[in-house]
Design a protein around this ligand. Structure first.
Ligand code: UD1
Ligand code: MG
Length: 467
C-alpha cells in the first residue's frame, strides 16, 4: 500500500491582493482562507500534512489552530518550486507520493482529492496534475499536452505565446508526485523565466525528459480550483462558500426568507425552525438556538443565543450571550460581555455593555446599562442610564432582584440598590439604597400662575385681536 503525504504552499505574500495581510490569511466567510485548504486535506485522510510558511508565518501557524500539521519556513520566497524544496528535510525517509497544493484554493473538496488519488493509482502514475477547463483562463498556467494526451509542459501566463494563451485547460496547482522523483527533478530547475522564480511547474518538462508519463486529472467543476489572487477572486470564492453554507443550513431545518441576502460565516450554528429574515449577517463564532427569529438588518458576531430568542430589526450583538425566550431590539446594541438571562426583554435603543441582566428583567426603551449587575424580574424604566465612567475608571451599578426603576433615572456608580426597592422617576441616585425602600431624588415641582399674554403660545382669541 502506497504512502501519501500532503504539502500545502502558503509562504507567498500575495502581491496582487495589495494588502498588509498575507493572502492565505484573508478571511473567507469568517475564517482564514488557508484553514479551508487544511480541512479539505485532512478530510481526504492525510496523516502527514506539511505547510510551507514564510510571509507572516506566525499568523499562518495560528490559523492552523489545533489542526495536526507540521510547518517549515521558506525564507526568502523564490517561487513555488523553491517552496517545495524548502520542505525537503521533512520528507527524509518518506518513500511515498506527495500531494502538493496551494494555500489559496479554499473551494477544494475532500472527495475531489480522493478521486485525484484514485486516478493517480489507477494509472500507476508517478506524476499527475489536476487540470481544469476555464472559460477565462487568465492568470493561470496553461496545460500543453502531446499527441497522446499526456502532459508535456505547463507554461505560465506571463511566459506564454499567443497560441499557448489560447489554451483553456489550466493548471490548478494540485499535483501528486513520487517524492524521490520530485526532489530529483527540483534539483534541476532554474529561475530562467519572466519572474526570475523557481517554478514548480517546470518539473513537468523535467519528468518528460526522463521519459516519465505525466497524467492529467481534469476537474469536473472548474470552480473548485479557483485560486484567489486578487480581491475580486476573494469576493468570488467567498460568495460560493456563503452559498454552500446557506444550503447546509436550509438542509438542516433553518428557514432563510431570502437566502442570497443572508451572510452566515463558517463557524456559525443555527438550530432548527429558526427563521432568518432578509439582510442578516451572522459572523465569527456565533451559536443560535432553535425556534429563534432574527429580523432584517441584524448583525450578530461571536455571540450565543439560546432557544426561542427574538432579535428584532436593526440590532447589533457583539460577544453577547442571550438566554432562552428573550427578546432583543428593535435597534438594540448588545456590546461585549452583555449577558441577558431568560424571558428578558431588551427593547428599542437600549445599549448593554459588560452587564448581567437577570431572568425576567425588562429594559424596554432608550437605556444604557454598562458595567452593571441587574437581578431577576427588575423593571428598568425608559431613559435609565448607568453613569459608569468618572473620566478615569469604570464603576459598577448593582440592582438586586425585583426592583422597579421609574423612567429617566441615573445611577451614579458605584451604587447598589437592594432587592424589592422602588426608584422614583427622574431620580439621580448617588447613594446605596437598602432593600424594600422607596428612593426618590428630584427637585420639587413649583408652580407660578402666568399673566395674560405670557407663556409659550398665544390663544386663538388673542391672535385674532392682534395682541
Ligand atoms: C500557480 C502556478 C500556476 C497555476 C496556479 C493555480 C506556478 C509557477 N504557477 O500560479 O501554473 O495555474 O498556481 O492557482 O507554480 N508560494 C510559496 N512560496 C513562494 C511562492 C508561492 O509558498 O515562493 C505559495 C503561495 O503562498 C500560494 C501558492 O504558492 O499559496 C501559489 O502561489 P501564487 O503566487 O498564487 O501562484 P500563481 O501565480 O497563482
Ligand atoms: Mg495563485
Amino acid at each position: 500500500m502506497k504512502q501519501y503525504a500532503a504539502l500545502i504552499l502558503a509562504a507567498g505574500k500575495g502581491t496582487r491582493m495589495k494588502s498588509g495581510l498575507c493572502k492565505v490569511l484573508h478571511p473567507v466567510a469568517g475564517r482564514p482562507m488557508i484553514s479551508y485548504v487544511m480541512d479539505a486535506v485532512h478530510g481526504a485522510g492525510f496523516q502527514k500534512i506539511v505547510v510551507v510558511v514564510g510571509h507572516q508565518a506566525d499568523g499562518v501557524r495560528k490559523a492552523a489552530e489545533a489542526r495536526a500539521v507540521e510547518f517549515v519556513v521558506q525564507e526568502p520566497q523564490l517561487g513555488t518550486g523553491h517552496a517545495v524544496l524548502a520542505a525537503k528535510d521533512l520528507f527524509q525517509g518518506f518513500a511515498g507520493d506527495i500531494f502538493i497544493l496551494c494555500g489559496d484554493i479554499p473551494l477544494i473538496q475532500p472527495a475531489t482529492i480522493r478521486e485525484f488519488l484514485d486516478m493517480h493509482e489507477a494509472n500507476a502514475s508517478r506524476l499527475t496534475v489536476m487540470t481544469a477547463l476555464m472559460e477565462d483562463p487568465a492568470g493561470y498556467g496553461r496545460i500543453i499536452r502531446n499527441e497522446s494526451g499526456l502532459v508535456e509542459r505547463i507554461v505560465e501566463q506571463r511566459d506564454a505565446d499567443a497560441s499557448e494563451l489560447a489554451v483553456k485547460e489550466i493548471n490548478t496547482g494540485l499535483y501528486i508526485v513520487d517524492s524521490e522523483l520530485l526532489y530529483a527533478l527540483l534539483e534541476k530547475i532554474s529561475a530562467n523565466n519572466s519572474q526570475g522564480e523557481y517554478y514548480l511547474t517546470d518539473i513537468i518538462e523535467g519528468a518528460v525528459r526522463e521519459s516519465v508519463s505525466v497524467y492529467a486529472f481534469p476537474l469536473k467543476d472548474a470552480r473548485e480550483a479557483s485560486g484567489v489572487n486578487t480581491r475580486s477572486d476573494l469576493a468570488g470564492v467567498s460568495n460560493i462558500i456563503w452559498a454552500r453554507l446557506r444550503e447546509e443550513l436550509m438542509n438542516s431545518g433553518v428557514t432563510l426568507l431570502d437566502p442570497a441576502s443572508v451572510y452566515v460565516d463558517s463557524d456559525v450554528t443555527i438550530g432548527s425552525d429558526s427563521v432568518i429574515h432578509p439582510g442578516v449577517t451572522l459572523s465569527g463564532r456565533t451559536d443560535i438556538g432553535r425556534d429563534c427569529v432574527i429580523e432584517s438588518g441584524v448583525y450578530i458576531m461571536n455571540s450565543k443565543l439560546g432557544d426561542r430568542v427574538t432579535v428584532l430589526q436593526g440590532s447589533r450583538l457583539d460577544r453577547a450571550v442571550v438566554q432562552d425566550d428573550t427578546s432583543v431590539g428593535p435597534m438594540a446594541n448588545l456590546r461585549p460581555e452583555a449577558r441577558i438571562g431568560k424571558r428578558a426583554r431588551i427593547g428599542n435603543f437600549v445599549e448593554v455593555k459588560k452587564t448581567v441582566v437577570g431572568d425576567g428583567t425588562k429594559a424596554a426603551h432608550l437605556t444604557y446599562l454598562g458595567d452593571s449587575i441587574i437581578g431577576k424580574d427588575v423593571n428598568i424604566g425608559c431613559g435609565t442610564i448607568t453613569c459608569n465612567y468618572d473620566g478615569q475608571r469604570k464603576h459598577t451599578t448593582t440592582i438586586r432582584d425585583g426592583c422597579f426603576v421609574g423612567s429617566d433615572v441615573q445611577f451614579v456608580a458605584p451604587v447598589e440598590i437592594g432587592a424589592g426597592s422602588l426608584i422614583g422617576a427622574g431620580s439621580t441616585i448617588t447613594r446605596d439604597v437598602p432593600p424594600n425602600t422607596l428612593a426618590i431624588s428630584r427637585a420639587k415641582q413649583k408652580m407660578y400662575p402666568l399673566r395674560k399674554g405670557q407663556g409659550a403660545k398665544r390663544s386663538d382669541e388673542d391672535r385674532d385681536k392682534g395682541t
